[in-house]
Design a protein around this ligand. Structure first.
Ligand SMILES: NC(=O)C1=CN([C@@H]2O[C@H](COP(=O)(O)OP(=O)(O)OC[C@H]3O[C@@H](n4cnc5c(N)ncnc54)[C@H](OP(=O)(O)O)[C@@H]3O)[C@@H](O)[C@H]2O)C=CC1
Ligand SMILES: O=CCCC(=O)O
Length: 291
């Protein structure tokens, strides 16, 4: 069966590559079409537009940057809506807000198609290794149909019920992660300015109750000032913004997340948006200590 895949950025490239490696027939599309070349070398077919992918495939997966991209690929010229129909499914794995997912769901189901949102936890390496955590919500029949693909891309899939629940779960997770990397950055800078060796701090943290894979993975490269993008900072800031909007809707006070968002905004204003989200560390370092 032919599976469609839209969006070949850091995540989409790794996820579609995994599908190919496990024997799926995949037709890809990316806004910048040249990014399809590497997938073609590994056996993918290419279509010229999202609509052409949907026309060819029983279901189509998308992994796009943000709500605006997710919206334009569905509603724009040559978009999903031009070809979606009864019997076809659309699975959006991008991180967006519940409102975006809900609007896409309404438009697709109005055409007789099936919709599933399925954002993921896990970054570039888990995507390459097929170790993502998939947070699905929406049409249960489509969820069951795409389980073989999810099993290749991820280590665990959750089915969370109605559309919006996957988006909300993902935003809560990334809100926590964005706050954590800020506290971690402050700790590394505080250690250094207090005459301590930040790499010893990493060892101490790793043996205690707040040890976690993120500190373990990012700590050494942060200390070196190296922020090669696995999860681009601009996307983390988008997730903080969307999580804070969810906080507004639910009257949830989130002063820690709001402060973290300000740090990511500052990092973007310093031109760090395309680096890894760990580059928020540079905003803490950039604040001069009192002389
Ligand atoms: N990187 C990570 O660790 C993780 C990312 N995510 C989420 O996954 C999604 C993708 O992330 P990632 O792969 O890192 O991002 P990238 O920035 O690497 O890729 C973004 C993709 O979206 C496409 N795109 C952007 N704008 C548009 C548009 N207007 N119309 C059509 N296509 C568009 C890009 O196309 P083009 O190549 O033409 O620019 C590209 O294919 C995001 O929602 C992110 O928050 C979730 C978990 C982890
Ligand atoms: O959305 C990105 C999540 C990155 C991660 O889970 O490490």
């Amino acid at each position: 069966m032919e599976v469609g895949f839209l969006g070949l950025g850091i995540m989409g490239k790794a996820m579609s590559m995994n599908l190919l490696r496990h024997g799926f027939k995949v037709t890809v599309w990316n806004r910048t079409l040249s990014k399809c070349d590497e997938l073609v070398e590994h056996g993918a077919s290419v279509a010229e537009t999202p609509a052409a992918v949907v026309k060819k495939c029983k279901y189509t997966i998308a992994m796009l940057s943000d709500p605006s991209a997710a919206h334009s690929v569905v509603f724009g010229k040559d978009g999903i809506l031009e070809q979606i129909c009864a019997g076809k499914g659309y699975v959006d794995m991008s991180t967006v807000d519940a409102d975006t997912s809900t609007k896409i769901n309404e438009a697709i189901t109005a055409k007789g198609g099936y919709f599933l949102e399925a954002p993921v936890s896990g970054s570039k390496k888990p995507a390459e290794d097929g170790q993502l955590v998939i947070l699905a919500a929406g049409e249960k029949a489509l969820y069951e149909e795409v389980i073989p693909a999810f099993n290749v891309m991820g280590k665990k899939s959750f089915y969370l019920g109605q559309v919006g629940n996957g988006a909300k779960m993902k935003l809560v997770v990334n809100m926590i992660m964005g706050s954590m990397i800020n506290a971690f950055s402050e700790g590394l800078v505080l250690a250094g300015r207090s005459g301590l060796d930040p790499s010893v701090l990493l060892d101490v943290l790793d043996l205690g109750g707040i040890a976690n894979p993120m500190f373990r993975l990012k700590g050494p490269t942060m200390i070196q000032g190296s922020h090669s993008p696995a999860f681009p900072l601009k996307h983390q800031q988008k997730d903080m913004r969307l999580a804070l909007a969810l906080g507004d809707e639910t009257a949830t006070s989130m002063p820690v997340a709001a402060a973290a968002n300000e740090a990511f905004k500052k990092a973007r204003s310093m031109g760090l948006g395309d680096l890894d989200f760990s580059a928020v560390y540079e905003t803490v370092k950039a604040l001069e200590p009192p002389s």
